[in-house]
Design a protein around this ligand. Structure first.
Ligand SMILES: [Zn+2]
Ligand SMILES: [Zn+2]
Length: 147
């Protein structure tokens, strides 16, 4: 996982720059490819300072989606599980927040198949990393993504 190092990128400071793997709940997972803030069609993971994880997905560059998370945290919005946790436990501070890509879905599929795979792999990672509440910051599965 790497920083994109683009000027003005507000995500670079949060990525697990230069790391080859990450460890959670006693298990270590290696990054399969080179990812950075610009990688799109990704399943990503956010960790808070207490070590709780959130798994999400986006067809946009990681930077675009992560920017939304960051702004919601700073605004103290409480509808989404991530900003609500940061409001309750971290005084809306993004200090210690980290983000990284778990997997990217390649463009060798049609856009609709690519999106389906993105959703199914998101579900896979939510269960693999055990991020459903209370073990993590995912509140519920979008029922459409289970299929
Ligand atoms: Zn960046
Ligand atoms: Zn926390």
């Amino acid at each position: 996982m790497y920083r994109c190092n683009k000027a003005l990128c507000k995500t670079c400071q949060f990525v697990k720059h230069g790391q080859k793997n990450f460890t959670t709940k006693g298990k270590t997972y290696s990054f399969k490819e080179f990812y950075n803030c610009s990688t799109d069609h990704v399943i990503y993971c956010i960790s808070c300072p207490c070590g709780l994880l959130y798994v999400g997905r986006t067809i946009r560059p990681l930077r675009a989606r992560f920017g939304e998370h960051r702004r919601l945290i700073e605004d103290g919005k409480d509808k989404h599980s991530v900003p609500r946790h940061f409001l309750e436990y971290h005084q809306k501070s993004t200090d210690g927040l980290q983000v990284w890509v778990l997997e990217s879905i390649h463009n060798n599929l049609s856009e609709s198949d690519r999106f389906k795979k993105l959703c199914s792999q998101e579900t896979y990672w939510i269960f693999t990393l055990d991020t459903l509440s209370p073990g993590g910051l995912n509140e519920e599965l979008d029922i459409n993504t289970i299929l």
